[in-house]
Design a protein around this ligand. Structure first.
Ligand SMILES: *[C@@H]1O[C@H](CO)[C@@H](O)[C@H](O)[C@H]1NC(C)=O
Ligand SMILES: *[C@@H]1O[C@H](CO)[C@@H](O)[C@H](O)[C@H]1NC(C)=O
Ligand SMILES: *[C@@H]1O[C@H](CO)[C@@H](O)[C@H](O)[C@H]1NC(C)=O
Ligand SMILES: *[C@@H]1O[C@H](CO)[C@@H](O)[C@H](O)[C@H]1NC(C)=O
Ligand SMILES: *[C@@H]1O[C@H](CO)[C@@H](O)[C@H](O)[C@H]1NC(C)=O
Length: 466
């Protein structure tokens, strides 16, 4: 049988990274295939966002292997406390599997505890805690290649042996204020100061957390999830100050789901930002937000490298300002659910004008006020690289949908591959018919590269056209 050399196999298996089931089949082909694939298989499993979607049988196989590395002798801690792991023992493990983990999420650890401690007695909680501690000790000790770690446990991990080595190698860290105490935040940066991507779940402002951020030397991406939803605003002055000090190095920032909880004074420092995500989903009904302060700070800012802008439930004037402060080299704009205002049609028109200056944009999601349907011509004419378009509109009136379709037929960019629109566009059957007639002719010229996706309700049934 002809053989593929190891390096070629490796290239193929790397392509299969997102598909652990296929990789698992490859591992079973031969020793040579296994040697090449096993590491990638473990990396890909450790990178799954939710491992529990896999069948219980396959998770149990994984946990069985991990259990081989836990202290499981008759005189060791687990057995002494009557924690009997349901081990199917292998006489010898061929690989040092623990080194293949690249990404540790608490989800699989919880799952492992649930599946291994099948015990309803009053001791089950103590057993869980003991086993959890042993699993974390194993991870800190043996998983030398972990780059991404999510700390969702109240175990004092920094006290475990070799934790300094483990934390010093991390690139991405997720922390939850519910679990990390001041002591942790003050001890951690001693050896953990090279985090590139930091994800925080916050309940309150805290000087230790701000200090932790300021101690990071390589911080590039910051994700802040505000879990408190009280009626108070700008509750995080210390955090805001920390971001301001680190901001000039940040390439990516996400604020969610209530952006007004943080003082926007850090915007002027974000001079290298490439991805800006302002998700205000829980702020829809807020009337107390002082958008003037936002505008003041945005006017002082400039985002020459901004490529990706995603927002929800913000005033359109804020979005327009952000785009104007970029160098108009945005590649993707995703603006959903603009906040209502008296001036909405005008603000919406200004937003359309600003977007039409972004000539390199490839993907656009936005709302178009029914007064401004013709205005989108400037986007379609100016942005020739547009591949993906999704337009919503707030109110269903006569017959804005036909107008949109006419415009799309006349001036849509040559690169466009996907076009969809929200259900409020009011279309007539004739409008739709003539739209398809026009596209039918265009498709011949464009080698069927166009996929028109229409997502609407007409006379009840949903129509999907490819
Ligand atoms: C892990 O998955 C993310 C997407 O969820 C991907 O961008 C990243 O490259 C993957 N990492 C590894 C080591 O496979
Ligand atoms: C770790 O896994 C999560 C969830 O799949 C993913 O989003 C993240 O990108 C992964 N981290 C790395 C460094 O691949
Ligand atoms: C669009 O991209 C080209 C090539 O990358 C670049 O030269 C040009 O400056 C960009 N346009 C804008 C408006 O940034
Ligand atoms: C189209 O782009 C050019 C150059 O970026 C700009 O001057 C012009 O105003 C734009 N047209 C519209 C209608 O916005
Ligand atoms: C939609 O347009 C039709 C005419 O094409 C009109 O009769 C109907 O009232 C419109 N619907 C709404 C909700 O405005």
């Amino acid at each position: 049988m002809a053989k593929l050399v190891h390096d070629v196999l490796l290239l193929i298996f790397i392509k299969l990274k997102s598909c652990p089931t296929t990789l698992y089949s490859c591992v079973l082909v031969s020793k040579m295939w296994c040697d090449a694939a096993v590491r990638i298989l473990w990396e890909s499993m450790s990178n799954e966002s939710n491992p529990t979607v896999r069948a219980e049988e396959s998770r149990k196989k994984l946990y069985n292997i991990i259990s081989h590395f836990l202290p499981n002798g008759p005189n060791e801690i687990l057995q002494k406390n009557n924690i009997i792991l349901p081990l199917k023992r292998f006489p010898r493990l061929t690989y040092n599997y623990m080194e293949y983990f690249t990404n540790i999420t608490s989800i699989w650890i919880d799952d492992m505890l649930n599946l291994l401690i099948d015990d309803d007695s009053i001791f089950s909680n103590c057993k869980r805690k003991l086993l959890e501690l042993e699993i974390y000790k194993l991870i800190l000790n043996k998983c030398n290649n972990v780059k991404d770690f999510n700390w969702i446990t109240d175990i004092q991990l920094y006290l475990c042996p070799k934790s300094d080595d483990f934390f010093s190698k991390l690139q991405s860290l997720e922390l939850n204020q519910e679990f990390v105490t001041s002591v942790i935040l003050l001890s951690l940066p001693v050896f953990c100061h090279s985090i590139k991507n930091l994800k925080l779940h916050l309940y309150q402002d805290c000087s230790d957390l701000s200090l932790f951020i300021m101690m990071q030397q390589n911080l590039q991406s910051l994700y802040l999830n505000f879990d408190n939803e009280d009626e108070h605003y700008e509750q995080y002055p210390l955090l805001s100050d920390a971001i301001m000090k680190k901001g000039f190095k940040l390439k990516e920032i996400t604020l969610t789901p209530l952006v007004a909880l943080i003082k926007p004074v850090f915007f002027p420092s974000l001079i290298n930002i490439q991805y800006l995500i302002l998700n205000n989903d829980n702020g829809e009904l807020d009337e107390h937000v002082n958008w003037k302060v936002w505008k003041y700070n945005l006017r002082l800012a400039s985002f020459p490298r901004l490529q990706y802008l995603e927002t929800s439930y913000l005033p359109s004037s804020i979005e327009t300002l952000i785009i104007k402060k970029s160098s108009m080299n945005l590649l993707e704009i995703n603006i959903r659910y603009p906040l209502e205002s008296q001036n909405y049609p005008i603000e919406n028109m200004q937003l359309i004008k600003a977007i039409s200056m972004c000539s390199n944009i490839t993907s656009l999601i936005m709302d178009v006020d029914s007064n401004n349907v013709r205005e989108i011509i400037s986007i379609l004419q100016n942005c020739s690289k547009l591949e993906k378009l999704y337009f919503t509109t707030k109110i269903k009136i006569t017959p804005n949908g036909d107008e949109l379709l006419n415009i799309m037929s006349d001036v849509s960019p040559a690169a466009l591959r996907e076009f969809s629109f929200g259900e409020n566009w009011n279309l007539s059957l004739n409008g739709l018919k003539s739209f398809f007639e026009t596209w039918k002719n265009k498709i011949c010229f464009k080698l069927n590269l166009l996929i028109i996706m229409i997502n609407l309700f007409i006379l009840g049934p949903r129509i999907m056209i490819n």
